[in-house]
Write a protein that binds this ligand. Structure first.
Ligand SMILES: *Cc1c(COP(=O)(O)O)cnc(C)c1O
Length: 397
């Protein structure tokens, strides 16, 4: 019998990281700007190549990358930034940190931006659109880019959970002006903490680089942007959100593994999705047609669960069968439920997103899981739904 799989443990860091970390520890060479060709500098070159982007800037987190992206765009204080209402609290926080005002947009039952609501909210008072591809679910980038391009509104992509996701074969994170990624432990590449932004725009790259903490002439170690850097010398604040060499040493050997992780993660996800969709009570929304996903977790909706009590009973039944399920809107203080973002003031009225969050379930599916473990998880979830709804049906209640 397969025991309940542990979905929270991380995978070991590739062996190749060890020698490099040992070298860095022996020399004490941890700061990215001490030596030319530092591990952080090499990581940036490799990540830019992986994404097919001109510039990459490694920073301390994806949140830092989002903040620096907004600052690099030079948005005026109080600028309104449109974001999806389904995302992690770090996203509206980055907007607030950049002295901007988040405007929340409705998200549908498929976890993607509701285009009707998006069209209603995007007007000339929106200075920037920050698309958070939450849990790697890609919103309709064709429609979003068309609407933003028509108004000259810059788009930032929060691709924290989308490394390896494709849209019409294009890499997510390279469609907007700037794309931001995370190396926090629950993402595809794990360094504990860390982030990176990519862009093809030399001015944005130069501005973000200086503000990340390339003080004095450290920008010379970035190369390729001398004119842009000279233009911004001493004219921008230094927020010091740099990455250090040890983190780069942990990240670099994982980059060659991304393609394999994406393929395995997608196969695992699609297999479990098929098993869940066989249940009357569970529904995994399909990806949009242009999208090839790179998931390391699965989201599904409870169907026909009329009350929160029923949804909670499902969570308890799944737990009893060995699988922890997060229903985004049901756990107290959940950082992905917009009504908990009290730092924004009074929560806006977003009934559609709220309804989704009250029935949308989240289960981690790390790529290392075996077929038996995937089957265990799927059986626990469909069984739990049957525990709650099958009985209700049998007794006609
Ligand atoms: C994890 C995550 C973030 C934050 O990333 P950090 O590196 O922890 O700052 C932002 N947005 C989304 C969608 C995420 O999943």
């Amino acid at each position: 019998m397969t025991l309940a799989p542990n979905v929270y443990d991380a995978e070991p860091i590739p062996e190749a990281a060890r020698a490099e970390i040992e070298r860095l520890l022996s020399s004490g060479d941890l700061f990215r700007y001490t030596n030319e060709g530092s591990p952080v500098q090499q990581l940036e070159a490799e990540f830019a190549e992986l994404m097919g982007s001109r510039y990459a800037l490694a920073v301390s987190s994806c949140s830092a990358a989002l903040f620096l992206s907004l600052k690099a765009l030079d948005l005026p204080r109080g600028a309104r930034v449109l974001i999806p209402a389904f995302t992690f609290a770090a996203v509206p926080s980055a907007v607030v940190h950049a002295d901007c005002v988040p405007v929340l947009c409705e998200v549908g039952a498929n976890y993607r931006i509701d285009l009707e609501d998006f069209a209603a909210r995007i007007d000339d008072n929106i200075a920037c659109v920050l698309i958070s591809h939450m849990r790697g679910h890609t919103s309709d980038m064709d429609a979003i880019m068309a609407a933003c391009d028509a108004r000259g509104i810059p788009v930032i992509e929060d691709a924290a959970h989308s490394l390896g996701t494709l849209w019409h074969g294009r890499k997510i994170g390279t469609i907007g002006k700037i794309g931001c990624f995370s190396f926090q432990s629950y993402k595809l590449v794990n360094a504990g903490e860390g982030g990176i932004l990519v862009t093809d725009d030399p001015e944005l790259a130069a501005r973000a680089t200086i503000m990340s903490g390339a003080y004095e002439h450290n920008w010379k170690k970035h190369g390729g942007l001398q004119n842009s850097f000279a233009r911004w010398q001493n004219r921008l604040p230094l927020y010091n959100m740099r990455l250090q060499n040890l983190s780069a040493a942990v990240i670099r050997p994982q980059l060659p593994l991304v393609a394999e992780r994406v393929e395995k993660g997608r196969a695992n996800h699609d297999h479990v999705a098929e098993l869940l969709n066989a249940s009357l009570w569970l529904s995994v929304p399909p990806a949009l047609p242009p999208e090839e996903r790179a998931p390391d977790s699965i989201q599904f909706n409870l169907v026909g669960f009329e009350t929160d009590a029923e949804a909670r009973a499902f969570q308890e039944a799944a737990k009893a069968r060995g699988v922890s399920v997060q229903v985004f809107g049901l756990s107290q203080d959940n950082a992905r439920a917009f009504w908990n973002w009290q730092f924004l003031g009074t929560a806006p009225d977003l009934p559609q997103t709220r309804a989704m969050l009250m029935r949308a379930c989240d289960v981690r599916l790390p790529v290392r899981l075996t077929p038996a473990e995937l089957a265990f998880i799927a059986a626990a979830l469909t069984g739990a739904a049957e525990d709650v709804k099958g009985q209700a049906r049998a007794y006609g209640t």
